[in-house]
Design a protein around this ligand. Structure first.
Ligand SMILES: *Cc1c(COP(=O)(O)O)cnc(C)c1O
Length: 389
């Protein structure tokens, strides 16, 4: 690989993204036949049936290049969300949207602001662009602290050259939200700020049950320095199709469309997303399943004496009180894939996505066995101590 060319330190220090462990790999490595993956916040129902139908039709047209303007999908989104189409653009998953926004707005050496334990894509994309990351601390309960973010912007925006602010609302892996009240207060100060853009990542917006929450999509007339990201990877069950949406001022959309590859969105993904958007029956079914699954997890985690963070997403973050590597091994041996979150600074926590009822039950059964197998650590060593329990 080395040919003597100079490579930036920021690039050399990048660590390849560690996705949820694949099912086939777990079957091979652990010799288990039945494996349930509750590690990537995927929709356990699979893709929307309407999306599958559209894919089948779209396959006949695969020799054609995709529509670079994404006309049909953008039109469908515009009508479903009540957002003018000049304010919408499509990315190859939210991941590409994040990557391009950082490349558009940040020069090397400038910075983005996020929260501690924010969705990891913000920091990875920043690092790849030689952009620094400033992280605001979380409140008790691992809650996003927009007050702390505002304070950092007041005190350090200029010296740190902060240009973009990413707020995952709800956040992954914590599952917590910033309340509508806190968002309103933050926007009073920074919603029309001429030198920063605040991006609200609403990947889990559909799953939210808290009455304290409000999407900022409807506030875009009022606040010119905000943008919203949504995705088809979660409630619509299309993680493999890679469709993310950016809603922003037309000037931002214009820049985005200049920088992106003309064919960043493949035609099949586009068609699947357009069809899934109209499948309200599927969304309803997904939400029911998710909320039931979450309530089941809460009850079982309580029974097992494991503190957890109540979630507004389709997953729950919980304390194992144990060496998470050992717990995870014990789970994998039983064919259950959950997500360790040590890379987020939570060494004893696991994240568990909601699956189908029998998968959830199998996960809890395996977890109970794993807890019996691995000795408990003293409370000083638990991540949750003083943070959410
Ligand atoms: C899953 C997730 C996304 C979606 O990413 P895609 O690239 O669209 O699959 C975005 N933001 C957060 C916080 C997520 O957890």
């Amino acid at each position: 690989m080395k040919n003597g060319m100079k490579v930036s330190d920021a690039i050399l220090k990048l660590v390849p993204y560690k996705a949820g462990k694949p099912i086939a790999e777990t079957q091979r490595e652990y010799g288990v036949e039945t494996v349930y993956k509750l590690a990537s916040n995927e929709n356990p129902l699979g893709p929307s049936p309407k999306a599958l139908e559209a894919l089948q039709k779209g396959a006949q047209e695969l020799h054609r290049y995709p529509d670079p303007a994404g006309y049909e999908l953008i039109r469908a989104l515009s009508s479903a969300w009540g957002v003018p189409s000049q304010r919408l653009a499509i990315g190859n998953g939210s991941n590409e949207v994040i990557d391009l926004l950082i490349r558009i707005y940040c020069e090397p050496g400038e910075a983005i602001l996020q929260t501690e334990a924010a969705f990891v894509a913000y920091a990875v994309c920043a690092q790849a662009a030689r952009v620094k990351v400033v992280s605001a601390p979380l409140q008790f309960g691992l809650k996003t602290d927009l007050g702390a973010m505002a304070k950092i912007l007041r005190e350090r925006r200029e010296s740190e050259k902060i240009r973009l602010i990413f707020v995952a609302n709800p956040n992954n892996p914590t599952g917590t939200i910033a309340s509508a009240r806190d968002v309103a207060k933050y926007l009073e100060e920074f919603g029309n700020h001429p030198e920063v853009l605040t991006i609200f990542d609403e990947a889990y917006v559909e799953f939210v049950r808290s009455p304290e929450y409000k999407s900022v999509l409807s506030l875009m007339d009022q606040y010119k320095s905000i943008a919203v990201m949504r995705t088809f990877s979660k409630v619509y069950g299309l993680g493999g199709a890679r469709i993310g949406v950016l809603a922003a001022q037309p000037a931002v959309i214009d820049l985005f469309n200049r920088v992106r590859n003309p064919f960043n969105i493949n035609e099949l993904g586009s068609r699947a997303a357009t069809a899934a958007l109209s499948d309200s029956e599927f969304v309803k079914k997904t939400l029911q399943l998710t909320w039931q699954g979450l309530d089941y997890f809460y009850a079982e985690l309580k029974r097992l004496g494991l503190p957890f963070v109540p979630s507004e997403g389709n997953f729950v973050l919980f304390e194992t009180k144990r060496d998470v590597k050992a717990v995870n091994e014990a789970l994998l041996r039983r064919g259950i894939i959950l997500r360790p979150v040590g890379n987020y600074g939570f060494p004893t926590l696991l994240r568990m996505s909601v699956g189908l009822p029998h998968e959830n039950q199998a996960a809890i059964k395996a977890l109970e066995a794993a807890l019996n197998e691995v000795p408990e650590l003293p409370p000083q060593q638990w991540t949750s101590t003083g943070r959410f329990a």
